[in-house]
Design a protein around this ligand. Sequence first.
Ligand SMILES: Nc1ncnc2c1ncn2[C@@H]1O[C@H](COP(=O)(O)OP(=O)(O)O)[C@@H](O)[C@H]1O
Ligand SMILES: [Mg+2]
Length: 233
Amino acid sequence: MTTTPRADALIQIEDLRREFQMGTEVVAALDGVTIEVAEGDFLSVMGPSGSGKSTLLYLIGGLDRPTDGHIWVRGQDIAALDENALAHYRRQEVGFVFQSFNLIPTMTALENVMFPTIFAGVPHTQRADRARRLLRLVGLADRMEHRPTELSGGQQQRVAIARALVNDPSIILADEPTGNLDSHTGGEVMELLSQLNQDEGRTVVIVSHDARVAEFVSRTMHLLDGRVATSPD
Ligand SMILES: Nc1ncnc2c1ncn2[C@@H]1O[C@H](COP(=O)(O)OP(=O)(O)O)[C@@H](O)[C@H]1O
Ligand SMILES: [Mg+2]
């Protein structure tokens, strides 16, 4: 079956498969996933460990390639892009937030946030201005020159969120962003993601085990063994 992308879906995923070869065995991390994400959605992806949540996010973010199926973003099949075009897509369209923050330890908060703009061909002062503005937005005006080890977990995750925003992506992908945080700090990170969705219209897809995520999102989907399980809505 071949479908053409719909104009009103920001992300349209059809029959997505991702297999991993493990020795002589083939593991289907995603086993035929079909979903749509509209512009401005705040979608939560839930499911037990190993159900394919991270694999799905990585594929949407262009960090990995599917074995089969389609991922249309604004009508463009990112599975069909060459390496250069995919790198451009990752930089321009997507901001990633990981559970483990993934900050560069030798760089200050400001330098970490500026890092993804190095390739954008924008003058240094302009890049620094934007990074400072984002650090203020996430509440870290007084921590710009701190290195990751000099910041709390919650502060590090806020730096990571500022970094994810620096190229002004329309899509934020967050893989268990509160998983390494205490409950209060995790709540603050959720508030921040919610604000980016509500106030700035960014589309957010979040993987989380945190039950409170349900308070913030517009929609929840469940994965089980690489397939979409019946959705409560
Ligand atoms: N790089 C990889 N190599 C081999 N198997 C993988 C790889 N990444 C994921 N898998 C397997 O795919 C399945 C889904 O993994 P993942 O997407 O990480 O699940 P989740 O994020 O829901 O915990 C698991 O069985 C996992 O072991
Ligand atoms: Mg995972």
